[in-house]
Design a protein around this ligand. Structure first.
Ligand code: BES
Ligand code: MN
Ligand code: ZN
Length: 498
């Protein structure tokens, strides 16, 4: 499943295993260790490159039977583009391109250098992470092995100039990679297995890493007055849950950072039911919550020097005799009332109560929520950027930069009074949908009514958290989007430096 791969680091001089992976840029020159391994076969490799029209372009690879004289059986040369053009954020993709080619390869040596020199430890770590992320598959429910599945364990040795520096750099990156895989697993699980109570149990596993986990059931949430979350939950035979996770890696008394996730374990739309086509994908409507759990895993596993709160609202949005109706008015924990126009706009109802709870209880430095909130964000941004909405320019800019650094990019969208008034209601303080146009923005406006003065950002991951097309580092339904982004945000701006 997720861990059919082991990664180790060896010195650059180590002997090549059955598959040898080298890098070259458009100069088609090799680094000195690679050249030494190739020895007299370099000329043959050159001929193979020219025959295959391989020019070292980024994304291209030469994948051949190893020439006689090499210890390896197979040689893969990965192109990296123009000499000197590789940026820090590109290395994870190189790793992905490697493991994308390694099906059925038992033992692999990757020589981490270019003609310009050996990779830096941080870049080596990124390559290793990319190898793991691309190798991830979710096959827990497949009972038949495929015929060509004869190598259950893939062992990758990365040859580096400084083994101990590479190990040291990879340790935290490996733990964040684990967090991404935790998130992907949750998103990929089927909804009959992963309903709110079971999701809460999985989040509770974080206790093993020293995270404090508090689970709120229906009774506890009723006591808190969470009428909006409970209104969504009431249509399902599976009770809703709120889970609050706390990682105290910072100084005692330091204000925590807060992360909130939409955890709709299945979204049928409720009484405003969705069309049948593609509805199975709505098992992924808990990708925001999955990301928050994956992030808390990452922060705790790498012992981040920060106090962090993760809170997730878990419900199932079902049509039922007891389901809420369009026209219903619910009372949120904040005291504000919401008229339900469309029961399919349920995520904002769940988040309204959880955001308010976190702001009020923990007074965090900031809150970031993640939610597969609107189809409209897919119309606006496709699957390349997540939509970013915020009441705070500094937090927005930090998220933008963390996005560029990790490749989990965000694009800022507007908020404002002219949009806000579109959700005023005739009968209640607000309604849960606005006009058809600007649907992602009016959804964000509703959330903003529950955060008061807390610096806050909302990330709409409907296009990036689930069902995105395959990439260099992911081929599964659940992407784990947001774990690396928010881990980076914390590491770069909110962690006490060692
Ligand atoms: N979970 C959906 C949004 C969604 C759509 C996520 C596609 C992932 C892929 C959300 O609850 C929803 O149904 N939103 C409605 C809102 C509308 C009723 C105002 C939508 O986007 O159509
Ligand atoms: Mn919905
Ligand atoms: Zn939804």
């Amino acid at each position: 499943m997720s861990d059919s791969i082991t990664i180790g680091f060896v010195p650059l001089s180590a002997a090549a295993k059955s598959v040898l992976v080298l890098f070259t840029d458009e100069s088609l020159k090799f680094g000195s260790a690679s050249a030494k391994i190739l020895g007299g076969t370099a000329e043959t490799v050159k001929r193979a490159a020219s025959a295959a029209r391989f020019k070292g372009k980024a994304g291209a690879a030469l994948d051949i039977l190893a020439p006689a004289g090499l210890k390896a059986e197979r040689l893969i040369v990965i192109g990296t583009g123009k000499a000197g053009a590789l940026k820090a954020e590109d290395y994870i993709k190189l790793g992905g391109q490697i493991s994308g080619r390694l099906k059925n390869a038992p033992a692999v040596t990757v020589v981490a250098e270019l003609a310009g020199g050996a990779f830096k430890p941080a870049d080596v770590a990124a390559v290793a992470s990319g190898i793991r992320l691309r190798a991830y598959t979710f096959d827990r429910y497949k009972t038949k092995k495929k015929d060509d599945d004869d190598t259950p364990k893939l062992a990758v040795s990365i040859a580096v100039s400084d083994v101990s520096a590479a190990k040291k750099a990879f340790a935290p990156v490996d733990q964040v990679t684990d967090g991404v895989i935790v998130a992907r697993d949750l998103v990929n699980e089927p909804p009959n297995v992963l309903y709110p109570e079971e999701f809460a149990k999985r989040a509770a596993q974080l206790r093993k890493l020293g995270v404090q986990v508090e689970i709120f059931d229906k009774k506890a949430m009723t006591k808190l007055g969470m009428g909006a979350l409970l209104g969504v939950a009431q249509g399902s035979v599976r009770e809703g849950r709120m889970v609050v996770m706390r990682w105290n890696g910072g100084k005692k008394g330091d204000k925590p950072v807060g992360f909130v996730g939409k955890g709709v374990c299945f979204d049928t739309g409720g009484i405003s039911i969705k069309p049948a086509g593609g509805m199975e994908e709505m098992k992924g409507d808990m990708a925001g919550a999955a990301c928050v759990v994956g992030l808390m895993h990452a922060l705790a596993a790498r012992k981040a020097k920060v106090n962090a709160i993760g809170a997730i609202g878990l419900v199932e949005n079902m049509p039922d005799g007891n389901a809420q109706r369009p026209g219903d008015i619910v009372k949120t924990m904040s005291g504000q009332t919401i008229e339900i126009i469309n029961t399919d706009a349920e995520g904002r109802l769940v988040l309204a109560d959880v955001l308010y709870y976190v702001a009020k209880t923990y007074k965090p430095q900031f809150m970031v929520d993640l939610a597969t909130l609107t189809g409209a964000i897919l119309v606006a941004l496709g699957t390349e950027h997540a939509g970013l909405f915020s009441n705070n320019d500094e937090l927005s800019e930090r998220l933008r930069l963390a996005g560029l650094a990790t490749g989990e990019t965000v694009w800022r969208m507007p908020l404002g009074a002219a949009y806000d008034k579109l959700i005023d209601s005739k009968f209640a303080d607000m309604k849960n949908t606005g006009p058809r146009y600007g649907g992602s923005i009016t959804a964000a406006q509703l959330l903003q009514r529950f955060v008061n003065e807390t610096p806050w950002a909302h990330i709409d991951i409907a296009g990036t958290g689930m069902g995105a097309p395959s990439s260099d580092i992911n081929t599964s339904f659940g992407t784990g989007y947001g774990v690396r982004l928010l881990d980076r945000l914390v590491a770069d701006y909110y962690e006490a430096k060692k």
